[in-house]
Write a protein that binds this ligand. Structure first.
Ligand code: FAD
Length: 273
């Protein structure tokens, strides 16, 4: 049962409240996950982030700064927001949910089902995270793996005109949650690739970085399709479920990553800037 609904007016105050109230308190973004029946444990305290002014987007020369309170629909509709991120936001069906879901909730939430998070990982995005003792910058994976989760205030997406990002997803229907989503970011120099970041996400997969593929491609010509398919699934062992067997999901990981790599290499992906 809900015991308290709190309305902090500054990020520091919100972080201090969370520290004081402990694990029964949750930051409230759009509430689509927190208010669902799947939320466990049910929140006893909600810390509403609406008063923090975190819903703004700033487009600067060197980077995009996206407030964690931006809804996915606002990003999708913003002509100035990064193209690949707009595509990722559009992958969350439906519009009603996108109107409520926030970037902060998407990143911090447990659901693993849209291109927003892998796209931001592929773009080398950094989070500005608020703790009671100050602000820290960290990567998305680092944040999701940490035990002590702070308040996500902003997402900083570097603008690099030479960086290309491509996203692909497979779902059983247009309204279904994706079985696998893949995102690849890279820089092309002539016929060589650099700064390769490949991330996949899906049921039974979680958010997975494809480290072997990334390091093997670094500074090289794009590998053959056969090699890409082998490297992409190296060490990837998705769990089987009603969406597909482990083998089928491994096949999807390889194929979607292969398509992303080619799209980004050819500049057909959604470029970062
Ligand atoms: C019926 C239903 C259908 C759904 N369908 C889809 C779908 O098709 N695709 C999809 O991708 N997702 C789907 N979701 C999941 C949900 O919409 C997403 O996870 C959503 O992006 C969460 O955002 P939110 O702002 O609503 O988060 P909230 O519910 O407010 O919060 C989610 C979690 O993130 C934490 N949090 C929120 N904001 C911050 C912050 N700024 N800093 C730190 N922590 C924070 C909260 O404490 C909570 O633990 C669905 C959910 C429901 C209920």
């Amino acid at each position: 049962m809900l015991e308290g609904f709190h309305r902090p007016t500054t990020p520091r105050e919100a972080a201090q409240m969370k520290e004081r109230l402990g694990s029964v308190a949750f930051y409230l973004g759009g509430g689509t996950e927190l208010n669902s029946r799947e939320q466990w444990p049910p929140p006893r305290h909600l810390i509403d982030l609406a008063g923090l002014g975190a819903g703004a987007m700033e487009f600067r020369e060197e980077a995009w700064f996206l407030g964690s309170g931006c809804t996915l629909q606002a990003v999708l509709e913003s002509a100035g927001a990064p193209g690949f991120l707009r595509v990722g936001c559009g992958q969350q069906v439906n519009r009603n949910l996108r109107n409520a879901s926030t970037l902060g909730g998407r990143i911090a939430g447990r659901r693993v089902d849209s291109g927003v998070v892998p796209a931001l990982v592929a773009a080398d995005a950094l989070l500005e995270v608020v703790f009671p003792d100050g602000h820290r910058e960290m990567g998305i994976q680092q944040y999701r793996e940490s035990d002590r989760r702070g308040l996500i205030l902003k997402i900083r997406v570097p603008k690099d005109a030479s960086r290309r990002i491509a996203l692909r997803k497979v779902a059983r229907s247009c309204n279904d949650l994706p079985t696998v989503v893949a995102a690849v970011g890279l820089t092309r120099e002539g016929d060589r690739v650099g700064g390769v970041v490949a991330a996949v996400l899906g049921f039974g997969l979680g958010l997975t970085r494809l480290g072997e593929l990334e390091s093997c491609l670094e500074g090289r010509r794009l590998a053959s399709d056969e090699e890409i398919l082998r490297l992409a699934v190296s060490g990837v062992e998705p769990a089987s479920d009603f969406r597909g067997s482990s083998d089928y999901k491994r096949f999807l990981v390889g194929e979607l990553v292969r398509q992303c790599l080619h799209a980004a290499f050819e500049g057909k992906g959604r470029v970062a800037a």
